[in-house]
Each structure stands twice: as C-alpha cells, then as structure tokens.
Design a protein around this ligand. Structure first.
Ligand code: NCD
Ligand code: ZN
Length: 353
C-alpha cells in the first residue's frame, strides 16, 4: 500500500527492538537508559565499554547493572538487554561456547582495532580471530561487524566499501555459514551487498544515516554532533539507505547506534564519534519513513526483521506515535556531565504516546 507523505496522524506498531545500542556504564548509564527502555522491548547492547566486555562473566555483570538501572526507573519488566561480547585477537572457542551457554549473549562484535570509540582492543588481523569465528559459525553465534577498514591511507568516506571487498567477502568465503550483521551500513554498496546475500546476513540502519548526508557535518561551520562512525556519506548513499529500510526487505532492521559522549568530549579540538539519538530515536525513524510515504513499512523494519534474524519471538505489546510537535532537549544529564542529543533544541513532528 502506498501512502502520501503526511497522510496519517497516528501510527501503532508492535513494540520495536533496537538492534545496536550503546548504553555506557555507571552514572551515565543511569541517566540515559530510560530513553531506550521506555520505547524498545529489547536492545543489542554494544560491548565497547572502557574496559570491554570480552568474557561471558563480564556480560553477565553488565546485564545485571543494566537491569538494575532499568528497574530503578520503574521499567523493569519492559526491557530486555541482549548482550554481546567484544572480539579480540585472543578470544578463544571456549569463550564463544561460554557466551552461548550463558543464554545472555546474542552476538560477538568485531571492531577492527582503531576503527572507532574504544576499539583499541579490537582485532588487529582477521587471522587471529579465526578460531573464534569457526566456533561461532559452528554454533550459530552471530558476528556483528563494524565494517570499516582502518588503513589511514584509505579515504574515510571509502572505508566501508573497501571493508566489504578486502575483509568481509574473504571472511564469508572462509566461513560461509557464519551469521553476520553488518552494523550501521552507510553506503549504496553495502545495501547492494547485503541485499544479494542469503538470510544469514543482515544489516542495521541508523536513523541519522536515513535523515542526513555529509553536508550536515559542515553546515555553516563544523558540527560535532553530526560526527559519527561510519561517517555520514553523500546524498546518493542516504537515498539508497532510505530505499532499503522502507522497502520491506527483511535483511534490513532498526539499530540506532545511539552513542552518547559528554558534551565536552564532542565539542573539542578532537571530538569523539557518536550521535546520541536515543531521546528521539523512534520519532526520527518515523520522520524518515513518513517522508517517503512508507509508514506502512515501519513495523517490519523496527519490530519484525531484527527479532526474526536473531531467532527471537516478536514483542507482544505495541507503541503508538502521534503527529504532535515537541522540542528535543538541549542537554541531558550524563553522570557528572551533560550530553547533547541529536537534533538538540529542534522541533520533532512525531511524538511517542
Ligand atoms: C560509537 C561509540 O561512541 O561507542 N561511535 C559511533 O560513532 N558510532 C562506536 C561505534 O559504533 O562505532
Ligand atoms: Zn555503535
């Protein structure tokens, strides 16, 4: 069913899941967790804490911390953190088996060393990760990929595309049954690649990559709150992402990559990468789908495809959004600091009920 932009004034969908989320730890976690927990049924929790989550026992501890924070905010029963491990050069097959046995860990995250925030302990050469990857392929543990090469000689806007050719394709030839999620895809090449694969490969797409192109980073001056990794790309890529997300293709699902950093860590001479979209996450996706007249495709993308990929039951409750203006806060508490949300101080046209 095709709809005209702006045709509906309210939309109700099955409670969605956020299949890529950074919640951080400590007081910062306490301050931000309810933005996600109030909306999403479950979230795949990224393991790139300052001390990364590399063992099942740590994942269990972090799970307990998140659950306690959610409970503190009175949202205890509504939100299930789906934990992940951080792949390193020394992750063993036994680590993978323990993660699987924990029944808390749903994926293992590949950060090429140096690719992004807290990735120093990531994989330096894929050959070191081979024993762990073989085990993951055997037992059906998904590999969640930050798909960018780290070679400083490769242009930052080309790093995803080069990763597909140089790292991902060889990896998939070596481990043909490995379940893979290409996280936060940003290019038409990634869309094409994922679309051509069988259902054991999927991809998350963020709201900010659906709504913005790289001009946003430089509009009237340098804008650190639009800087994330993988970096925003040209308009042609944004359009390919929007087409993929709103197409109904089950390879593609919602993952916000909401990644808060303290205001001072972003508004700096060398600012951190990451957009804090959680305070308006679902509303931002609704805006993107509405702009295409494709609100009817939102539920599959936000609430069905990700759950199906991970072999989870779909959520049972619903969420409703209405066409109503509200203003994104200028700042949100973040432990001893504050964090500036994506679209801070700007008006949103859709609101969670
Ligand atoms: C993320 C973060 O800050 O943890 N930053 C980002 O720009 N997306 C890391 C990541 O997912 O790359
Ligand atoms: Zn991320």
């Amino acid at each position: 069913m095709a709809m005209r932009k702006g045709e509906l004034d309210s939309i109700t969908i099955t409670r969605p899941d956020d299949m890529h989320l950074h919640l951080r730890d400590g007081a910062a976690l306490m301050d931000i967790v309810s933005y996600s927990a109030a909306v999403f049924g479950r979230a795949i929790i990224m393991p790139n804490l300052k001390k990364p989550i590399i063992k099942a026992a740590q994942a269990w501890g972090y799970y307990e911390t998140i659950r306690a924070a959610v409970k503190y905010h009175g949202l205890g029963l509504n939100f299930e953190p789906l934990m992940t491990l951080y792949l390193t050069d020394s992750t063993t097959p036994a680590d993978i088996r323990e993660a699987k046995a924990s029944k808390l860990v749903y994926g293992v995250k590949l950060y090429p060393a140096g690719a992004t925030t807290n990735s120093e302990n990531g994989v330096t050469q894929m050959k070191y990760a081979a024993p762990a990857l073989a085990e993951m392929e055997k037992i059906g543990m998904p590999l969640l990929v930050h798909g960018e090469v780290t070679d400083p000689a490769v242009d930052i806007f080309d790093r995803e595309q080069v990763f597909i050719d140089k790292v991902l394709i060889p990896l998939m030839i070596r481990f043909p049954f490995l379940r893979i999620v290409m996280e936060h895809i940003t290019t038409k090449e990634a869309v094409q690649f994922v679309r051509g694969e069988r259902s054991h490969v999927g991809a998350t797409i963020t709201a900010h990559h659906l709504l913005e192109n790289r001009n946003a980073i430089f509009k009237g001056g340098i804008r650190p709150h639009y800087y994330c990794l993988p970096i925003l790309k040209r308009e042609v890529h944004r359009q390919a992402l929007v087409e993929a997300a709103t197409s109904g293709d089950t390879h593609f699902f919602l993952g916000t990559d909401s990644a808060p950093h303290a205001k001072g860590a972003k508004e700096a001479a060398c600012g951190c990468a990451g957009c804090f979209t959680a305070p308006a996450a679902l509303e931002l996706y609704v805006e993107a789908f509405d702009s295409m007249g494709k609100l009817d495709k939102l539920e599959g993308f936000a609430s069905h495809h990700g759950a199906d990929f991970y072999g989870l039951p779909r959520n049972t409750g619903t969420v409703t959004l209405v066409r109503e203006a509200w203003k994104v806060p200028d700042e949100v508490s973040f432990g001893d600091n504050v964090v500036v949300p994506f679209r801070a101080g700007e008006m949103m046209q859709w609101k969670m009920q």
